[in-house]
Design a protein around this ligand. Structure first.
Ligand SMILES: [Zn+2]
Length: 242
């Protein structure tokens, strides 16, 4: 397990709210994804998790008072327009130093809330069939990617984005060719952003059960979460393990 450098301002375990509410497409992988994040929390001891699985949970866990008691929010394959009690307060919470993590269809969420999409750094546009692709590591020092070979291959549903501006994100993983046509192009797969005082980590992977069950993906998530919380920072890579 990766060693963690504890930030002075955060005592672990961090208080996490994991949202799996869907108002559009619902991924079958949510069940295994919830299990994955619970296992990671138990294995590392640095997250205590409250799940927001329905509208009542969102109403309870996204009040300004509840946000003040939350360290990290994870949109795990959410879709559509989530009925947050105060969505501006949610974005202010990130601006003021909250940690936000999004997986896969977190970018297929809040299409009518541009400020959310700008915070995330991209908006889901379309995807093709599941396909095995070579994924290139763009940051070999980041905790979410420094243990990966470049390129490594994975089989998943690959998202293409709109409302994505490479100058607004720090790219961690990308494809160097269109997954379907093979035409050379840069397609973002995972990135980070700073939003005010807050830290944002997004990975576009995570459609399939077997991705959530893969050890490299678990390490990828864990590194992203640790960075977003400020408990791990980029450092020189050791040997790739995946
Ligand atoms: Zn999907």
């Amino acid at each position: 397990m990766t060693a963690l450098i504890l930030a002075a301002t955060l005592s672990l375990p961090a208080r996490a709210t994991v949202v799996t509410v869907t108002k559009g497409f619902r991924h079958e992988s949510i069940e295994v994804a919830e299990r994955t994040i619970s296992e990671l929390a138990a294995r590392t001891g640095y997250l205590t998790i409250q799940f927001a699985r329905d509208d009542d949970d969102l109403a309870r866990l996204f009040t300004p008072e509840a946000l003040a008691e939350t360290d990290i929010i994870f949109f795990l394959n959410t879709t559509g327009e989530l009925p947050l009690p105060d969505r501006d307060a949610f974005l202010r919470w990130i601006e003021n130093g909250g940690a936000f993590v999004g997986a896969h269809s977190a970018s297929d969420t809040f299409h009518d809330f541009p400020a959310y999409l700008d915070m995330l750094g991209g908006e889901f546009d379309f995807h093709g069939d599941h396909i095995e692709v070579p994924v290139f590591v763009e940051d070999r020092e980041h905790p979410a990617t420094r243990f990966l070979s470049s390129p490594f291959t994975t089989l998943d549903e690959i998202y293409q984005f709109k409302r994505y501006d490479p100058s607004r994100v720090h790219l961690l993983l990308s494809l160097h060719a269109d997954p379907d046509s093979g035409t050379p192009s840069s397609l973002p797969i995972s990135w980070t952003r700073r939003q005010g005082e807050g830290r944002v980590f997004y990975t576009a992977l995570g459609h399939r059960d077997d991705v959530w069950e893969a050890e490299w993906f678990r390490q990828h998530l864990l590194g992203g979460i640790a960075w977003a919380l400020g408990v791990e920072e980029p450092q020189r890579r050791r040997a790739a393990r995946f």
